[in-house]
Design a protein around this ligand. Structure first.
Ligand code: ADE
Ligand code: ZN
Length: 326
């Protein structure tokens, strides 16, 4: 209890959050009604009952279905502002959020509609809650390299609003190297890079993210622990891992929370952080993730402090932004 209260009270940064994954069932139904979109569920309870996933793909199918209610700039604003209002309660003072432009472009929603709504909410959140932010545009890895290049092209007029690019969606069969040229181009444009790797697929995917894509961070990275050389490399180069315990549980990356590798990661000197990934689907925001691991594992006061410190060290804030925030 004491440790949970301590973790909850600390100012934190969140580094792994998909805005579309923060779409709460109540908001989804409200937007469905506002936009006359039909959902294949008659109530929020029925929808929530469907949130039982055997693997990443089972979740992604519902995630893409859920985002179909996002149509107007105001919808993207409301989605983003809801998230900021919620994390303010968790003492999150800085957040680096993903959005999936291709998930909306393929439904006919303009890039401008998406980013203008999201960005306006992020600015309002900074004003009203003091939450600083970075926006990360993520490529869907199940789509082609060409589609990723086209999306990067659409982002060119908005590079002042975008800090980095990411890689998400179905990991299996879509290794990081598929997008090596896209990420090289993004880097040349001055964008940071972060890649989902080793969530379901083997250490080789993490090696590719590091060596071929030259990622700045690794999202998840759980399966890195199967490769001692990789652990050593990640530790030596101080790569940040954005770990998501409730996500890992809901997507069956682990069988139960007491199997979660977060302590093993920290004790092997990996720069791990705790994050919520898709909180509306996985049952909790950042503080809920702290609660879950503290209840299941023998975490110490020092572990908690390290996790929270890592969230700022691993962030893409400048030293000036860190000084201003802390
Ligand atoms: N898109 C949203 N959440 C994701 C996750 N955990 N892994 C891959 N793609 C995602
Ligand atoms: Zn993710």
């Amino acid at each position: 209890r004491l440790l949970i209260d301590f973790a909850h009270s600390l100012p934190k940064a969140e580094l792994h959050l998909h805005l579309e994954g923060s779409l709460e069932p109540e908001r989804m139904f409200m937007l469905a009604q506002r936009n006359q979109v039909t959902l294949p569920y008659s109530s929020t309870d029925e929808l929530k009952a469907a949130y039982s996933f055997g693997n990443l793909q089972a979740f992604l199918d519902l995630y893409y279905q859920g985002m179909s209610v996002l149509i107007t700039e105001q919808d993207f604003y409301d989605l983003t502002y809801d998230y900021l209002t919620r994390i303010h309660q968790d003492n999150v003072i800085h957040t680096e959020v993903f959005f999936d432009p291709q998930g909306h472009l393929e439904r006919g929603i303009d890039f401008a509609t998406q980013i203008n709504g999201i960005y306006r909410a992020l600015e309002d959140g900074q004003r009203h809650y003091g939450i600083s932010f970075k926006l990360i545009m993520s490529f869907l890895r199940h789509l082609s390299e060409e589609s990723a290049f086209e999306t990067l092209e659409l982002a060119l007029p908005y590079l002042d609003k975008i800090s980095g690019v990411g890689l998400d969606s179905s990991e299996k069969g879509h290794p990081p190297e598929k997008f090596a040229r896209v990420f090289a181009r993004a880097k040349a444009l001055g964008l940071k890079v972060t890649v989902h790797a080793g969530e379901e697929e083997p250490p080789e995917y993490v090696w590719q993210a590091l060596n071929t894509v030259k990622t700045d961070r690794v999202d998840h990275g759980n399966r890195s622990l199967e490769d001692p050389k990789l652990i050593q490399h990640l530790a030596e180069h101080r790569y940040t891992l954005t770990v998501c315990p409730l996500s890992n549980l809901k997507l069956c990356v682990i069988g139960s929370m007491d199997e979660h590798p977060i302590i093993r990661m920290l004790d092997q000197d990996l720069q791990a952080t705790l994050n919520s990934d898709d909180p509306a689907y996985f049952g909790g925001y950042v503080n809920d993730n702290f609660t879950a691991v503290i209840n299941a594992l023998p975490l110490t006061h020092a572990h908690i402090l390290t996790l929270v410190k890592n969230s700022f060290t691993g962030s893409w804030m400048t030293d000036e932004e860190k000084d201003a925030a802390l």
